[in-house]
Design a protein. Structure first.
Length: 302
């Protein structure tokens, strides 16, 4: 019984994490309105997170061997620079609804990649059904009663790359989480996220006026993105993956569009339609089915 209760704690921190990630668009939009580019925002938030991690993470510098160090490089690339650059670039050339919808294929991709690359791993039927139900809900929430779908091959492909990167990031976490402390893993992700991002500034140098960065509104939003949405949330997410498994944890990604829908209604007065409400029910039902199966629904139907 104690172990089951303990598992609920890790479910809770996964949910809290995706709730925070679902609200980060507000801070990002504010920073963009002040002239910061998406890559600059990522650099500043990861740099803040990395510096802060030194106060809580083990002082160990390198991994045990060069193969593990290379895996940490891949973790920083997949869960950091390449993921965010692909997503933000896609947002600039395709519809935000397309990006939101395609990104939510990450749990399905994670399940299939785990099945392909992990020996003895099987595709859980309840996970498949739950993912399908939640994905339908995501589609309803994303479009929220206004169905606009415009195919953009480049933008949609970049979004799919971002979803794949997050799926691969989960697989790397699964492997490294059993061999290294969560805080050490998280610090390495931020470090290599920054290192693999820096070459991209050769193509688009930083142009932000440094006087802008000292404005209170900029500082507060960067602190939120760096210390809460990055450092704290990555620690919680990596911990949840270590304890619950990558597939179960990634399934909570479906909640992000639901949080964004609610936050949009509260902060920028967007209207939640009946379609959006139905989508919310589908998302919550799908997440429940993925975790618990269809037993509850069978009882309701019987």
């Amino acid at each position: 019984m104690g172990e089951v209760r303990g598992m609920w704690f890790y479910h809770l921190i996964a949910i809290v994490t995706v709730i925070v990630w679902g609200t980060t668009f507000v801070s990002t939009k504010i920073l963009l309105s002040y002239g910061l580019s998406p890559m600059e925002i990522l650099l500043y938030r990861f740099a803040l997170a990395y510096v802060a991690m030194w106060f809580v993470a083990p002082r160990k510098i390198l991994a045990r061997n060069y193969k593990d160090e290379l895996l940490f490089v891949m973790a920083g690339l997949c869960g950091g620079s390449l993921y965010f650059v692909s997503e933000n670039t896609a947002l600039g050339i395709t519809l935000a609804s397309n990006v939101s919808l395609i990104l939510c294929t990450a749990p399905i991709l994670t399940a299939f990649l785990t099945f392909l690359f992990t020996k003895g791993e099987k595709l859980d039927r309840k996970l498949i059904w739950g993912s399908l139900i939640a994905f339908v809900g995501v589609a309803l929430v994303v479009f929220n009663g206004s169905f606009i779908l415009k195919i953009n091959p480049v933008g949609d492909a970049l979004t799919l790359i971002a979803a794949l990167m997050w799926a691969f990031y989960g697989l790397i976490l699964k492997r490294m989480g059993s061999r290294y402390p969560v805080l050490f893993v998280t610090r390495k992700v931020f470090f290599y996220g920054i290192i693999t991002l820096l070459p991209m500034f050769l193509f688009k140098p930083i142009q932000t006026d440094w006087h802008v960065l000292v404005q209170p509104v900029i500082c507060l939003n960067l602190l939120f993105l760096g210390l809460v949405a990055s450092m704290l949330c990555y620690i919680m997410w990596n911990t949840a993956v270590k304890q619950l498994g990558v597939v179960r944890t990634t399934n909570y990604i479906y909640i992000v569009p639901l949080v964004t829908l609610i936050t949009s209604a509260i902060v920028i007065d967007e209207i939640i339609t009946i379609v959006g409400l139905f989508g919310s029910v589908f998302i919550l039902s799908g997440v429940y089915v993925a975790e618990r199966g269809l037993k509850c629904f069978r009882l309701l139907w019987s």
